[in-house]
Design a protein around this ligand. Structure first.
Ligand code: CA
Ligand code: CA
Length: 905
């Protein structure tokens, strides 16, 4: 959304000569609110004279109930803060002016205090005072306790943060040597978890806070909760549930539907129904004649070609091949890794109910458009856009649309995306898949005869996204890899080896419209045909030893709040927070390729960031929570048109600095409006707080279809949504404890091609191993009943069924959990030092260890020895032959406390 420089200069002049923004006629109004037991916030509704505002004598606090405040008490420190919260359509700022009063002694809950504020003067010389009495309570949301405001999955890390920025007084005081305790409170005000905050760091540059972390990962019981920290207040209410991200999946996936360039019908778009782009054609631009790729078969400038469909790229109404290809990579990759998350009839789009996964229907909306972007010679046009940035709704875009020239970069991206489309659509529409593959091959043939990368597109008179990509060898390597993965033809393998051999093997995040080395390596590493193992081994090694190390540093280590992906302040912008979802998706991909399930924890922590676990306690996805953006740069927020933005749009979020080509950038960053100073990126105002919810602030409020696709892909994965591709329909599945064993019961209907059930157990819900197999009955129409007995359960047992069909594909059932199937005693056998072992009683609920007897049996069921308290529960196995033994523990009353296997070598 660029404006002309001339217009900008005019606006700037008029702005500078006007009365400073934020001044109002009449006396200022002071409002008051507690921030913590030591901090009180004054909010002044207009710009005020800062002379003397740091004088403690202007402020006083007194209490008859609190002995610490019997006498009139002044603050020990005062912090001043202002920032631009929003903008009107004509760039008038809404500025928040604040003073933080910091007191030495903590206020007491339920005590009454009398606060006096004297002589706050506005810029017109009008004065105001405050004389108020309040009862302090820390039971409120005070803005210090931050959590994922949507929720956490039950088996997932659960982290929250404590911290507050107090303007030029900086950190809210929190004792780092004796960190505060916290509680997680459930419904009915029950305390569900007790913990202690952990000090992370004092961070002035990024958050402006002393940051503490609350870790309540062990709380796995579904429900609604909030975190409460005495003296600092509580968090928003969040959910712990396996379906807590289902709505976000639905909304973010539908945000792609809302990007469709054609009409959004009320039947699917509801209140956001609108017209589509009126133009059904686009014109070949005169600049094609100057392109090195222009050929005799090409259309002459001025030719009108039919172009319809495809997503609007971002806040503007252009359609671009680079972002399209990147979004399609994410969508097809997600479908290839976890197809069960993408049912038909799920997203409420026009294609719902057609028998094809709605996710693929949405992807096809883009590939249908992409097919129109190919010239007769196989080369692919870079983009189709109006000549200037659009204003108003898509239906109001009356300007001619222009087709930009062909580029080798876009031709390669087209070949890659279409080869993926051919693979993914094959099972649903073989004819369409064949067409996609044919077009991908044509694009590749074109590239074989045009080996020089095209220079940046230069179109005089056209303002549109440049998406510069000077190097195309990575694009070509990706295209060759996808063509090989789809066809298995040797020529594409050779082409991949040639191009991939030419580029540095540096792997940046997968979501990029410019760098495709990662996609190339991924496609090649996941092909089922013969491969050059050296490349794949190198890729996996680099992932493990370099990429994951870098990712860990960027996502978990550099910032107390995770997520912002660089330690240079100036790099925060254009999607630092959107990158959180991209890193989450990459972690999901790595977990799949490297078979490292533990990486999924990092993916889950990443999604906390856009959902409120950030310095601003703000969501960066529309409609996700009460603190979500209201003014994304999206057509649904064209001024005056809609009450709410379309939900599910992930905005870029905080940005260190705004491009100085718009009046709004000056207004937001002006040191009169943003204080402590944050005009330039190196100024002190903490960078992760530099966010204004305004559609004019492009770097903060825009997004592209890439961001939507990757956000939807991550929430699809984390959702509880599953299709039912199982060879059996599992009717029920239950576990119960019986005499220290666990009995599993399940029943099925509609078994088709089912082979067997693998019964699997895990201690941690992550790493499962098979403990038995049951053959499937194979009855297609009747209910079949099964059971299995686990004779050696652990203290904590997660069970699942892996259901395998006759062609060896398999699916996992939902998990079931049972704890302490025996009496309330947890025990293990631990090696003390070979050949001595000990029966270790970890958790005796009756508090006494006296009465237990251990009996060791060999594999023939013969009792070999007994262990009692008299021997300290230790026993020597030096005389026992190697083999599997079973230790059985009983109480003195003979009660069975379960068995543990012991392997003696
Ligand atoms: Ca469908
Ligand atoms: Ca490139």
């Amino acid at each position: 959304m660029e404006r002309s420089v001339l217009m900008l200069l005019l606006l700037t002049v008029s702005y500078t000569n006007a009365q400073p923004a934020g001044s109002l006629p009449g006396n200022p109004v002071i409002t008051f609110s507690p921030v913590s037991s030591q901090v009180v916030l004054l909010t002044i509704n207009e710009r005020f004279d800062t002379t003397g505002c740091y004088d403690p004598k202007r402020y006083s606090l007194q209490s008859a109930a609190d002995p610490d405040y019997q006498t009139v008490t002044q603050p020990v420190r005062i912090g001043r803060h202002s920032f631009v919260k929003g903008l009107t359509p004509s760039d008038e700022p809404s500025i928040v002016f604040e003073l933080y009063l910091i007191f030495e002694k903590p206020l007491k809950n339920s005590s009454s205090y009398h606060l006096l504020v004297d002589n706050i003067i506005d810029t017109d010389g009008n004065a105001a005072s405050l004389d108020t009495t309040f009862i302090f309570s820390d039971a409120e949301i005070l803005g210090n306790v931050k959590a994922n405001e949507v929720g956490y999955l039950p088996e997932s890390p659960k982290l929250g943060k404590l911290g507050r920025f107090l303007g030029d007084a900086w950190f809210m005081p929190i004792d780092t040597l004796a960190p505060p305790a916290f509680q997680v409170i459930g419904e009915n005000q029950q305390v569900a978890f007790n913990g202690t905050c952990q000090y992370l760091r004092s961070d002035s540059a990024f958050s402006g806070e002393i940051v503490f972390e609350m870790d309540f990962s062990a709380l796995e019981t579904p429900g609604k909760y909030y975190v409460y920290i005495p003296g600092y207040g509580r968090s928003e209410v969040f959910t712990i549930a396996s379906d807590c991200y289902d709505t976000l999946y639905f909304n973010t996936a539908r945000a792609l539907y809302y990007q469709r360039s054609e009409e959004i019908e009320a039947a699917y778009g509801g209140v956001w129904a609108r017209e589509g782009l009126p133009a059904q054609t686009a014109q070949i631009h005169a600049s094609h004649l100057n392109s090195p790729l222009y050929s005799a078969s090409d259309y002459p400038p001025g030719t009108e070609l039919p172009i319809h469909g495809g997503w609007l790229d971002a806040g503007d109404y252009g359609r671009y091949v680079p972002t399209a290809a990147s979004a399609l990579f994410i969508m097809f990759t997600a479908f290839e890794i976890y197809p069960q998350k993408f049912p038909d009839n799920h997203l409420d789009i026009p294609e719902s109910g057609n028998g094809i996964p709605d996710w693929l229907d949405e992807a096809r909306y883009e590939t249908d458009w992409l097919l129109q972007m190919q010239a007769p010679d196989g080369g692919v046009y870079f983009r189709v856009t109006p000549a200037t940035w659009s204003q108003g709704l898509p239906g109001e875009e009356q300007n001619t649309l222009y087709i930009s020239e062909k580029t080798t970069q876009s031709t390669a991206l087209f070949a890659a995306a279409m080869a993926m489309a051919a693979r993914n659509f094959k099972n649903f529409d073989a004819a369409y898949a064949a067409l996609c593959l044919e077009k991908a091959r044509n694009a590749w043939t074109f590239l074989k005869s045009h080996t020089t990368p095209t220079p940046p597109v230069n179109m005089p008179g056209i303002s549109a996204g440049p998406y510069p990509d000077p190097i195309d060898a990575d694009n070509r390597a990706w295209a060759a890899a996808e063509l090989y993965k789809t066809t298995g033809e040797a020529q594409y393998n050779a082409d991949f080896n040639e191009w991939y051999g030419q580029i540095p093997h540096q792997f940046h995040a997968t979501m990029s419209w410019q760098q495709h080395t990662f996609k190339a390596a991924w496609a090649y590493a996941t092909t089922t045909f013969n491969i050059n193992n050296a490349f794949v081994d190198e890729f996996k090694n680099k992932l493990t030893n370099e990429v994951l190390v870098n990712y860990y540093n960027r996502t978990m280590k550099i910032h107390a709040y995770h997520g912002a992906y660089h330690h240079f302040k100036g790099y925060v912008g254009y999607g630092s927070f959107g990158m959180a979802q991209s890193y989450a998706f990459d972690y999901i991909m790595f977990a799949h390729l490297l078979q490292k399930q533990e990486l999924l924890d990092y993916a889950k922590i990443q999604v906390d960031i856009p959902l409120g676990n950030n310095p601003l306690a703000q969501c960066f996805i529309t409609g996700a929570s009460v603190h979500s953006p209201m003014y994304p740069l999206h057509w649904s927020t064209v001024p005056g048109q809609y009450a709410q933005p379309v939900p599910g749009v992930p905005v870029f979020g905080p940005a260190a600095s705004l491009l100085m080509n718009r009046l709004s950038s000056f207004v937001i960053q002006d040191s009169l409006n943003r204080y402590p100073y944050g005009y330039k990126k190196e100024d002190p105002y903490p960078v992760l707080r530099r966010y204004t919810d305004a559609r004019q602030a492009v770097e903060m409020s825009e997004f592209t279809v890439q961001e939507i696709a990757v956000t939807a892909a991550v929430f699809a994965y984390l959702s509880s949504v599953v299709t039912n591709p199982l060879p059996v329909r599992l009717k029920d599945f239950s576990v119960k404890a019986e005499n220290c064993k666990v009995r599993l019961d399940w029943s099925t209907s509609e078994e088709v091609n089912a082979s067997h059930f693998s019964v699997q157990r895990s201690k941690d819900a992550r790493n499962f191993h098979e403990i038995g197999r049951i053959e499937a009955s194979g009855s297609p129409n009747t209910t079949s009943y099964y059971h299995f007995e686990d004779s050696y359960p652990d203290a904590s047992n997660y069970y699942r069924l892996q259901i395998t069909d006759n062609d060896s594909t398999h699916e996992n059932s939902a998990m079931r959990f049972i704890k302490l199937p025996c009496k309330q005693v947890e025990w293990v056998i631990i090696p003390v030092g070979y050949p001595v072992y000990e029966i270790h009683i970890e958790n005796a609920s009756d508090g006494q260890n006296e009465g237990y007897t251990g009996e060791l049996y060999n594999c023939y069921g013969r009792k070999i020895l007994e262990v009692t308290m008299a021997q300290n529960f230790t026993f020597n196995v030096s005389r026992l032959p190697a083999g599997v033994y079973v230790m059985r523990l009983r109480t003195s009353a003979g009660e069975d406390l379960g068995r543990r296997k012991l392997l003696i070598f």
